[in-house]
Design a binder for this molecule. Sequence first.
Ligand SMILES: Cc1cc2nc3c(=O)[nH]c(=O)nc-3n(C[C@H](O)[C@H](O)[C@H](O)COP(=O)(O)OP(=O)(O)OC[C@H]3O[C@@H](n4cnc5c(N)ncnc54)[C@H](O)[C@@H]3O)c2cc1C
Length: 376
Amino acid sequence: MAERRNFEVIIIGGGIAGASLAYFLAVRGVTDTLLLERETQHGYHATGRSAATLVEWDSIATVQRLKRLGGDFLKNPPPGFAENPLVDHSQVMLLFRDGNLGDFGKSVEGLRRDGVEFHELSGAESVARISALTPGDSARSILLTSDGRIDVHELLSSYLRGARSAGVEIRTGAQARQLIVERGRCSGVATATERLHAAWVVDAAGAWAGEIAQLAQAAPIRLEPRRRSIVIFDPPSDLDVRGWPFTISEADQIYFGPESGGLMLSPMDQVPMAPCDAVPDDETIAAAMERLRVLAPRLVPRALKRRWAGLRTFSPDSIPIVGEDPRVRGFFWLAGQAGFGIESSGALGQIAADLIARGATRMFDATILSPARFGA
Ligand SMILES: Cc1cc2nc3c(=O)[nH]c(=O)nc-3n(C[C@H](O)[C@H](O)[C@H](O)COP(=O)(O)OP(=O)(O)OC[C@H]3O[C@@H](n4cnc5c(N)ncnc54)[C@H](O)[C@@H]3O)c2cc1C
């Protein structure tokens, strides 16, 4: 049977952004959708390389609200959505010490405002949770008591399963090479072999979203992919790290937490680069180990077990871009999810689906996310 060429919506990108949108569109009755993923598997890029953590705190208030809304979805998904829990509630500890102590009060205020569950901890109470820490006498922490690690595989496959069972067509190994734009309207995409038509073309291409927008001659919004790395190593044999909260120290520019019996750590690097299959860099990792030597000297490993890197993609104001392009009708942005695209997918996917299916959303002030905020 010949493959279909006309759809209501074509989504470019089968990471968490594209998959969540396909699912939430289907929930709203829009099932005439095609999801195109260039790789042979979903989640090969940023989505499959994340730290997989729900942290309902952020220094940008809008981002914190998106994480909070996304967290609600992860903690209370609709019945039948997933086969396993999406968050493990293993907790997240935000450490404040010399360098960022001044941010503690503002963070507490913001978490209260958004109704995030947390406890304040003294330095001694922080060390009681993570015995290897040497945070200094004045240190304090915020423990996010209902946050923790996300089962990203389960989340991504649940979005895809839900979309597929509602009739959404999902193609892998299918790259959008050109966008069809006529008289200021985007009406489809061209792959290597065919032209596909739709009323809406959605740019959910992660690090490549800027390139796709250029192909559509959309508003020239600068998206910046930045590399972030993660390493996995064993803790000292006499330390049981399994019950530790995931710990973030902005002052030391590292985060770490338990991962399959070992520890994962990120140097919190953010090196701008062109979209690519990102790989970690030795010097960045070595420098992070020197910072770990100050914060938790016992944890510095002799060897690493695994390492990887991925790209987090930022808009000019670090707030995601969701909405129809101000220049090219029918071209819809779902991009710039930076370092929180997994945890916020339950919010951003719904906001985008509302805007496409209904032209408006009650979930969020869509003007804050609109590409029009950067001008046409
Ligand atoms: C190291 C690291 C740690 C992170 N930690 C967290 C975390 O703890 N919590 C959190 O919520 N987020 C985290 N993030 C951020 C999160 O991973 C991203 O925000 C999210 O995955 C972005 O999803 P996406 O679908 O937009 O991008 P991607 O997952 O990159 O998906 C985009 C897809 O588009 C496809 N594509 C591109 N061009 C085309 C084309 N022309 N045609 C067809 N397909 C195309 C790509 O192949 C890709 O699969 C982290 C990221 C990194 C790198």
